[in-house]
Design a protein around this ligand. Sequence first.
Ligand code: NAP
Length: 281
Amino acid sequence: MKKDFYKLGIIGNPLSHSISPAIQTSALLSANLKGSYEKYEVLSENISNLIQYFKEEDFVGFNVTIPHKLEILKYLDETDETAKKIGAVNTVKITDDKKLIGYNTDICGFHKSISDFSVSNAAILGCGGAALAVVFGLERQGCKNMTIYARNLNKAEIFISNIKEKTTIKLSAKSLESLTDLSETDILINATPLGTIGENQNKAAINKDTLSTAKATMIAYDLVYNPAETLFLQYAKNYGLKTINGLDMLILQGAKAFEIWTEKYPDTEQMKKSAEKELCL
Ligand code: NAP
C-alpha cells in the first residue's frame, strides 16, 4: 500500500562510512516519494528496543549491515527463500500489521551487475559473507565451476561444506598462494577487503604476474568500491582486461531493497551519481 511518508534506515556498527543514506535518499527522490533514511548505530543487545521503536514509529523497513546480518534472524517473523539460502539478511520490511520479513538483496545486486556476461568458470579470492552472495549470484548466471582461493584453506573448505548442498556450482578450495594460472577463468572476483581505502589500500590479494595468464575475455571484478580503482583492478587494466568495481553491486542491492519497501524500482543511475559524490570519486 502506498504511504504518505516512507520511514527507512540502516542498522549496524560502525556506520560512519556508510553511503546507504545518500543512495536511498536519492532513490526516494527519483521515485518521487517522501521519506527519510537514517543511520542507527546499535549494539546487538539493543536491537530488540530499536525494532520496537521502528514499529511504534511506523517504519516501512530497514537495511542491516555488519555485524548484525545473522543476529537479526531471531527477530524476524518470516524470511524469504534467498535469505534462507544465504543464511543472512540485509533488508527487512515491516508490514502494516507490524510483521518483520527478512530478505537478502546482495545476491540480486551481484547477479544484476554481471547479467550481460557469460560465465562458466569462476575464481574468487576470499570466503567471507560477500563471497556467499557471489556464489549464488554466479549460479543464477549459469556458472558451473568455481575455485575459492583463501589465505586459510581450512576456512575455504568449511565455506564449501556449508553450501555445497545448496548450489549446483561445483566448488573447490585452494590456498591463495596456489593461484598462478587464470587461463580457464571467465571471471575473477576479489571478495577480500584488500585494496580498500585506508590500511589495505595499496594491497592486492593476487600478484600482478598471475593476471598475465588470464585470457583476453576474463572479467576482473572487485567487490571493493572505494577507491573506484583498486590495485587489483589497476593490474587487470594493465593487461587489457574488463574491470568492474563493487559500486554497481552496492547500488543494485540497494535498489532491490528499495523496491521491497516501496514497490517502486528507483533510478539506479541517479543513485550511482549520489554515491559517487559521497565517495568523491
Ligand atoms: P568478511 O566476511 O570479513 O570476509 C573477508 C574475506 O577476506 C575472508 O575470507 C578473509 O579471510 C579474507 N581476507 C581478509 N583479509 C585478508 C588478507 N589480508 N589477505 C587475504 N585474505 C584476506 O568480509 P565480507 O563481508 O565478505 O566483505 C569482503 C569485501 O567485500 C569487503 O571489502 C567489503 O567491503 C566488500 N563488499 C562489497 C559489497 C558491495 O556491495 N560492493 C557487499 C559486501 C561486501 P579470513 O577469514 O582468513 O580473515
